[in-house]
Design a protein around this ligand. Structure first.
Ligand code: ATP
Length: 385
């Protein structure tokens, strides 16, 4: 049976679903130790041609080290890295068919934009007409035509970032490595630039590997995301799969906001699993199956936007309804996050997102309101670790 994809996809592109499709980049059992400590620990990963791939994780999880090994700035302690079928061992950075764009941009201050872009091509001794053609193409692609003669100090941060991108792309590397490329930009410019990056990547049909600790950035640009923790991959999947079907508490908690309800398995049937939330009288009817046995402790992960909240009474016969008392409301403009107390313990709260669709509400939900929280049987996922 064809695999049913979860959620929207950015484009019709999923070579990772074909087991015979050769990878473009492959990390095979790669370990990198600094002193006695493994920054990357026996990691295996396949990335495909024309993929926009994001390495995502908290500070110190090893994502930059992984990228630097691909670029040739670090040597693996053990394991192999392949690019387009070639073992990269012993190949210095400047001979690798990859190019890395650094967070600092590292532009030459005394050179104009076009000279910065042409620098690598001149070093490679390309014919002048070829250099001019490529520089013009890069200026167009990064929308920098009108700034060609300016020096970096005459540009804004966003424009400098585009020069660095143009310079990295001019040599037409097989893979572009982006290390926190948008870190210095403000939020609005960051978002715009994310879309530009995606368009450029599609137009050039290149493979992009981005390192970021910004989950929204990874979700926006990437075909697939690898979530890393302590030098290991925790989950590798499409943004929608990572969000809708996290494989553990760490991923559920790292990406977006989530309610993690501690529960025990009460009953398993063909139609799904019944859970008993610990610390409350609440029974959860889910359509999921689980490897956990009856009586085992699990967590039910449910996103706040999947929890409905309403004033009034419970609906007769409907599943997954729980009484709550509103104790905190965070107004975020487009939505409000409403925290309701659903049990006696300090942590027995449930967060629900409430969309503020109209400016005036006759009877808004407010502090100390008695509310009913409810969700569908397929709204969350059962996690065992
Ligand atoms: P950040 O988002 O903060 O850049 P990261 O996920 O990119 O983090 P890495 O830079 O890959 O993390 O570092 C992983 C671990 O390896 C960290 O504990 C770091 O201190 C360590 N490390 C990285 N480079 C070196 C080095 N040259 N010498 C010693 N330890 C290092």
């Amino acid at each position: 049976m064809a695999k049913k994809s979860i959620g929207p996809v950015r484009r019709e592109f999923s070579p990772w679903e074909s087991p015979d499709h050769p990878p473009f980049i492959e990390f095979r059992n790669v370990t990198k130790k600094f002193g006695g400590i493994a920054a990357v620990n026996n990691l295996s990963l396949k990335i495909y041609e024309r993929e926009f791939f994001a390495l995502l994780g908290g500070s110190g999880c090893g994502k930059t080290t992984l990228m630097r090994m691909l670029a040739g700035f670090e040597t693996p302690t053990s394991g192999q890295i392949f690019l387009d079928g070639q073992d990269l061992a012993g190949i210095p950075p400047f001979r690798r068919p990859s190019n890395m764009m650094f967070q600092s941009y590292a532009l030459f201050p005394h050179m104009s934009v076009e000279k910065n872009i042409a620098f690598g091509l001149r070093q490679d001794k390309l014919p002048a007409s070829e250099i001019d053609g490529r520089v013009a193409e890069m200026l167009r692609l990064t929308k920098l035509e009108q700034f060609a003669k300016r020096k970096p100090h005459q540009l804004s941060g966003g424009q400098r970032q585009r020069v660095a991108l143009a310079r990295s792309l001019a040599k037409r590397p097989k893979v572009l490595l982006l290390d926190e490329p948008l870190g210095a930009l403000d939020r609005k410019l960051r978002e715009e630039t994310q879309f530009e990056l995606m368009n450029i990547q599609e137009e050039l049909e290149m493979t992009f590997l981005i390192v970021t600790h910004d989950q929204e950035e990874a979700m926006t640009v990437a075909d697939r995301i690898a979530v890393m923790d302590s030098g290991e991959l925790v989950q590798v999947a499409t943004p929608a799969e990572i969000y809708e079907a996290p494989n553990c508490k760490f991923v559920a908690d790292f990406i977006g906001d989530v309610n993690l309800i501690e529960a025990s398995v009460a009953e398993k049937t063909e139609a799904g699993t019944t859970l008993r939330a610990l610390g409350t009288e609440f029974t959860l009817e889910t359509s999921q199956t689980t490897d956990a046995g009856v009586g085992d402790k699990v967590w039910y992960a449910i996103r706040p936007e999947k929890v409905r909240i309403a004033q009034g009474r419970r609906e007769e016969g409907a599943v997954n309804q729980i009484n709550g008392l509103v104790w905190d409301i965070a107004y975020l403009g487009d939505v409000s996050i409403i925290h309701s107390k659903v049990g006696e313990g300090d942590h027995d709260t449930l967060r629900a997102t409430f969309a503020n669709v109209s400016r005036m509400v006759e009877n808004p939900i407010t502090w100390d309101d008695e509310v009913v929280l409810s969700f569908d049987r397929d709204a969350g996922v059962i996690l065992t670790d």
